[in-house]
Design a protein around this ligand. Sequence first.
Ligand SMILES: [Zn+2]
Length: 291
Amino acid sequence: MKENKSKFNFGIWIFTFLILLVSIPTLIHFGYAKPAKVLGIITVFTSVIAIRRWMHLTKKKAKVFISLNDKYWLKENIDFYKDLSKSNQVIFEDRVALFITDIIVTEIGKEIPEKSTCLYVASSAVITFWGLPYWNYGRLSEVLVYPENFNDDNTLNDQGHVLGKVHQGGLMDTTMILSLPALIAGFKNFDDKQNVGIHEFAHLVDKADGEIDGVPLGMNLEDRRHWLQLCDEEMKAILKGKSDINVYAATNKGEFFAEIVTYFKENPSSLQKKHPELFQILDTYFNAEME
Ligand SMILES: [Zn+2]
């Protein structure tokens, strides 16, 4: 959002305004009253546009507050929140409010997004970044929520098979897309290791160093080497049908990271039991702040 603001160059506008302002008395002085009048009208008109644009760009979005109803909704629908201590629930609520204030959630087909949709999206973000020393979601500026699964080219028809997507580079670099039914389904059963919201935000954790490559920002060098080695071994096991990790994780290291983070967030005890080394690295990575 900050980048958009800088696109409107006030320096150039002020320079033009001064030229126009000096030109009017000069034209009058040399007897060109009509052109001076036209120039005057243009000056007033462009000034109004510039002031309105400036007011629009500097207007601060009002901070969203989490109401009692929202807290009730979170308890009913977000198991992760329900299981937190009272003091951590307050931190969770704050981060949800911060997310909804800072990031635009657009629900396709609706003028204003449903509050529940915003809470599902924000909860996905907060759960994924929980325990990290930062939670600013990188360059993400907007989450588009589609009413159903979509196609690879982000269009909608009854053939859609994509549940969620983050982009790397290009025009959509700051946009995430989520399918609403898939997003909701991810929270209905919170220990099945499947949650598209967490999966996509895990890609953003990975993307914080500039690349979705399966190795996140800030992982220490020793863990990084060990992580890549475990990744290779586990991806082979998945392809041989000898792993309980979702087969989609074998697509590439980026998808492996997103899937294993989802597993870690939804069912850490199972991950600890079945994949103690993967668990240990993720536990160190995500719980550095909270312990
Ligand atoms: Zn993915």
